[in-house]
Structures are given as C-alpha cells and as structure tokens.
Design a protein around this ligand. Sequence first.
Ligand code: GLA
Length: 344
Amino acid sequence: MKSVTKIVSGRVNLLGEHTDYNGGMVMPACLSVTLQLQMALRSDKRVRIAAEGFVDCADRSLADEPQGHWSDVALGAMREAHSLGQIQGGADLVISSTIPAGAGLSSSAALTVAILKAARDIAQSKMSDVDIALAAQRVEHEYIGVPCGIMDQMVVSVGHPKQVIALDTASLEYSKIDLPIDHAIAVVHSGFSRKLSDGRYKARKEECDQARAAFSATKLCLLDPDYIRNSDGIEPILKRRAMHCATEHRRVLSGRNALRCEDALQFGELMNESHISMRDDFQMSLPEIDALVDSACDLGATGARLTGGGFGGCIVSLVPRERTAVWVESLLAKHPRASLIDVI
Ligand code: GLA
C-alpha cells in the first residue's frame, strides 16, 4: 500500500482579524513550528490515527459522524479526500506536531491541509493549492461545524515559512512580502487556551451576519467607517462589530504598504490599533491578554496584538531583532503563565 509524508507550517496572523469572512484583507505568515503527517493507505475503510501528545490512538470508520473527539478533524479531511476521489479506502495516519492546539496558530488547518496534500500526492492529481485550501475549509464548515473564513487554510496551503502573505479573502488573490530584516516576529502563548468550536467564534460570525443585514451591505469590510459611525437606528453592538471589520481591513491595506516600504514603526502602530479594535469593538480579548500586550509594548516591542480567533491563545509582537532575547526573558518573567512559541 502507498505511503507518503507531508510537512506543513503553523501560521500567525499579523493583521486582519475576523475580516476573512467579511470580504476583507488578512496578513498572515507561516511559522517555523510545523506538523508532520505520515499517511499509509489501507485496503479497508478504517482510519487509524496516532498523534503525539494524545495517549490514545483513534480507530475510526470513514462512515463515522463527528464525535467531538480530537480525531474528528483528521477523519473529516479523510472523508473530503474520499469524496474528491483521491483515495478509495482508509489510512493509517501518524501525526507529530510542534504547533500547539488551542493557541490560535491553525493546528487544525495544518492537519486538514496536510491530509489533503498527502492524498493529492498519492492520487497524483493536479489539484491546486488554492483548491486544497477551499477543500480544507469545507471540512471545517460541513463536518466540524465551524463557520471559519479562508485565511488559515490558504496561508498554510500556499505559504512558505517566514513569509507574509497579503491575501484578499474575497478574490483569493495574494502577494508575498518579506518581513522587515531588523525586526523579529515573536509569538507568545498567553497560557489561556480556547477552541474555535466552543461557540464564541460562531457567535461573532452571527453578529457580523446581523450587522451586514442591518447595514444592507454585502461585505462589512468595505463599509466606510464614517458611514458606520453616523448611521442611526442600528444596535450599538452591531455597529461596533462592523466598525472593527471596516477599520481592520483598512489597517491591512496600510500594513501592506508599510511592509513594502520597510516601515516597521508604522506596521507596529497598526498592530497596536488592531489590538484596541479587537478589545473594544470586536470584544474578543481577555484582560490577561490585554495585560500581556501592554507589557510587550512597555518592554520595547514596536507593536503587539492578540492573534487568531480570540478569547485566548497567543499574542504576536514585532520586536527589534537585536533586543528579542532580552525582551522575551523580561516578558515571560512578568507573565509566568505565558510561554514562547516561535520567533521568526
Ligand atoms: C480563526 C479562523 C479564521 C479567522 C480567524 C480570525 O483562525 O479559522 O478563518 O476568521 O479566526 O481572524
């Protein structure tokens, strides 16, 4: 039976949170933490999954419905590969990953993309990386039940380690941009985990849908912030959600220019503004994460913000490269629950 190995990166989002299902821009980068997957085909319909960090192995049938078990994501991706006609039976999967789960660094997208790419290799199909990303998003929407955007799957599928992608999530057009050489991107876990499937992500998505209806807009990100501010008769909470999306989209456009001009100070300022918008308008932060972001800036980061779906997970900071080691040490000393995940 055929077998194949795939390695994919986790991602961190530098700017553009919750804009990827509101018709806007995002700016994620691939990290150096990775997930390695070995897939060996089986002649029956079983999917056996062994994953580092999980004591039990999962032994599932391709016909299984989701069970709220950690293996659901892998099984959903296997079922998708099956319905794409790329594999006929089950498989033995061995997963080893340095991407922490529940940290907002796309461990789930990394796994689905790795499985779909492994199946593509085995089938020797010509499916594009963008189509792989769309298939991985279908797994989240249709099997897991998380109404996520396309950012994670796209960057994990088309990105390369340490490279920023400016992605228009409406057209899926993207450009690749280098990080400023004199600055590092540091990813620090707050010590507070969260799951996209815990309901809060979905609640924000629903509020955005309501805001779209209230403003009769097709894409919240394309609304003019002044228009949102001056609109009467719309629930304040929906105005806030719309305001975050509209201003965040504009911050990504400015951030893309700043990075192209190697203007780290401007980019850092946009990261700080993004955090305030996530904290106050989208209300997706935690007091402990706000404190971590404040310390990151006080200790010398050029910019810092919460990253990912929110309500826990990691912060991302832009730090002058030569000061990174001292900065990390001081930040972790001040926040004992926090831990360093990656520096790129
Ligand atoms: C999660 C989702 C993404 C995106 C971010 C928030 O990572 O999977 O699609 O919505 O949250 O920006």
